[in-house]
Design a binder for this molecule. Sequence first.
Ligand SMILES: [Zn+2]
Length: 480
Amino acid sequence: MTKSVHVIRKAHTVVGFDAGRKSHVYFQDADVAYDDTGFIHVGGHYDGAFASETSGADRMVMPGFVNVHCHSGEEPISKGIFEDAGTSALWGNALYEYSNLLEIDDGAIEASLTVMLGDLMRSGVTTLLDIAGPHESWLPTLAQSGARAYVAPGFREAQWHVEDSHRLDFIWDKARGREAFARALDVVDAAASHPSGRLGGVVAPSQIETCSAELLQDAAAEARKRGMPITIHSAQTMAEHEELLRRTGLTAVQYLESLGILGDNLILGHCIFVDSHSWTRQRTDIDLGLLAARRTTVGHCPVTFSRSGMALESVGRYRRAGVNVALGTDSYPFNMLEEMRQAMICARLSGKSVFDVSTADILETATLAGARALGRDDIGRVAVGAKADFLVVDLKHHAMQPIYDPLRNLLHCAAERAIEEVYVDGQCVVRHGRPTMIDYDGAVALLQEAQDYACRKAPENDPKKRPMRDLAPLSLPIGR
Ligand SMILES: [Zn+2]
């Protein structure tokens, strides 16, 4: 294979990786050389052979983001419907009563995935972990997008049922759960051996409380056997926390420890309601120490939860306890820079201090911590030998002006508006906000129909058969 080296000359700022410090550092007036195998040079003048070069004047080159938790499937069509909804008897959470109401028809599932990919990539995501139901277009669409992607086909033995808007019940069908588990293993194996070389698999029991202990343990064993990560929604709501206490007397973290599942390949989706959270009834502080000791990752997704009035307490506290906190977007708006800003704000609110987390801390959660969660030291950083997954930020964009510290401008002010280009494996996947490898506009055009279909079907999926106007009243009345 002929290597085609490209050089970005004298970039104003490069967020490079310092192996000695094990952290990102600023390089100024630096050259970056890369090809499709990875970065060849990061730093001073590059005087090796090259095929093409561009000027880095007024540009910042920085690592692409690693999103360890998102959902395609129904999430992209759920936008604008249940943001004001919740079940008051279940701590105000909308998850159990409302999330199962919307369903996507098979024809729209590829469009839904395409929209999520486009939104994520233009907000700087170069690696993502998609937890969804498997479908035929999943791997081909991910590969086509140019992103680096991990598929996490969810499986569970119990379905949620909310009786009369107040009691969460579980309807168990273990045989069905086992079938879905077997299918999921086929999908993760197919991803791991995908010819693109950019796909991977993650074993994903959907939720800690919808799987039996045996299934969780078998899933962990299969993940270990394959050298794959495993991810489980755990400690994500108070209803789940109380259900686990009722069943086992343990918090989610302690329960997973008792099953021998906590480990460095485990990513816990959300992990908000640990024993030391102010909403829980425990008066202990055990869970964070366990997570740190087992080097387990927390997949933190502040936007969806803070929208419902819930917050992890706090990113800074978890990090100071030694927990690897990585970042995900969960659902729409599928905007990683917005997620990073919200992570910072939520941490400072719940930590009651501007010192809870710094801008650099949040950049680390969105890059190096995500790479660590996936067991990789070749992504989430701009460094020789790492994959050429990076962003080019326009420092002359009005939202980036005036400039003193470019990362602060990007995270606190400009967000994705200043991202000019996004690269994965040295290939441009987003240019001026437009995904280059997928038909994003075509996919968006299909979503309205899919959302209309889901809204028509929703009352059928509601135990109380309520019409949509009762399930999700418009935010304003219709005027006459
Ligand atoms: Zn999730």
